[in-house]
Design a protein around this ligand. Structure first.
Ligand code: ZN
Length: 294
């Protein structure tokens, strides 16, 4: 499932490749993704010029002129792929947008996903994107701002991080190593977190996501050109590594159930009710220093 790093990479590629092109047509064999009938959608999109592509959390924002946005969410996993003139198109793609130069892109949705066309004046009223929280890659995602978001919250830290209304873009893949790096159990109540822990968590969020963006996103997802990212399972610290040793203390990593999601934790480094941290030796600090330098 694509999360912030993958969507950030795709948005940058789309912006570079498609800016200035004019929409010639749109087709969709599964119009449930759209927010209006396909005929109306195609009619409204036709002739519009792509001004820019950006992203927020897991959403792509295609700004079209005059005064319109095409908002795309890839859901639980989908491929959005560029095509050139006369290129054979993926047979499984449900959505296709063609520009007047006969290039374009297709989307193959696996489960749910959305392509919504919204007039610029109504963007603030678009339910699914208007409630999105801040993207951790935005400059305004400062420690002070993060602490304000956490203030007086009563939930567990993992459910807070996964709720896109708080922070947009973190899903069940990247949250694993974020929590591990911050030495927090997924069920840890926000109200019991120290200032130091909040600081560590803020740093972990920014570093884990930016590191993956640098590597072109996850190796389990493809970019706009069908190329896999370079952030592979080996790069994960505890995420999706049950049975493997913790990189800090070598305790066996466990897979546990937290609410409706699975979590991967080191039971020693991430204790649920522990306030005082144990010394876990120097091993991680060396790794951590290397990790930060990558
Ligand atoms: Zn550990």
């Amino acid at each position: 499932m694509p999360e912030l790093p993958e969507i950030t990479v795709i948005a940058k590629q789309m912006d570079k490749q498609l800016r200035g092109k004019t929409v010639a047509g749109v087709e969709d064999s599964q119009p449930k993704h759209l927010n209006m009938p396909i005929e109306e959608f195609a009619e409204k999109a036709k002739g519009k010029i792509l001004n820019s592509v950006s992203s927020r959390g897991k959403w792509l924002f295609m700004k079209l002129e005059p005064e319109c946005f095409m908002l795309i969410n890839l859901g639980m996993g989908a491929e959005i792929l560029s095509f050139e003139v006369n290129q054979k198109l993926p047979e499984n793609a449900q959505f296709r947008l063609t520009f007047t130069d006969k290039t374009g892109f297709t989307i193959h949705f696996w489960w749910f996903g959305y392509v919504h066309l919204v007039p610029e004046k109504d963007l603030a009223k678009h339910k699914l994107t208007s409630q999105l929280g801040i993207s951790p890659t935005e400059e305004s995602f400062t420690l002070t701002h993060f602490k304000e978001l956490l203030a007086s919250r009563k939930t567990s830290i993992k459910s807070f991080l996964l709720d896109q209304k708080n922070i947009a873009g973190i899903g069940n893949v990247y949250v694993q190593d974020i929590l591990f790096r911050a030495r927090l159990h997924p069920n840890r109540k926000i109200s019991t977190m120290s200032e130091e822990e909040k600081e560590g968590l803020h740093k972990a969020i920014v570093e884990v996501l930016n590191r993956s963006i640098k590597f072109g996103g996850s190796a389990f997802e493809v970019d706009f050109y069908g190329k896999k990212g370079k952030s592979a399972l080996d790069d994960f610290l505890v995420g999706y590594k049950p049975g493997k040793p913790c990189p800090r203390c070598e305790t066996t990593i466990e897979k546990i159930r937290t609410g409706s999601t699975a979590s991967y934790i080191c039971p020693k480094c991430q204790q649920e009710n522990k306030k005082e941290r144990e010394s876990v030796g120097q091993a991680f600090d060396r790794k951590s220093a290397r990790y930060a330098e990558d």
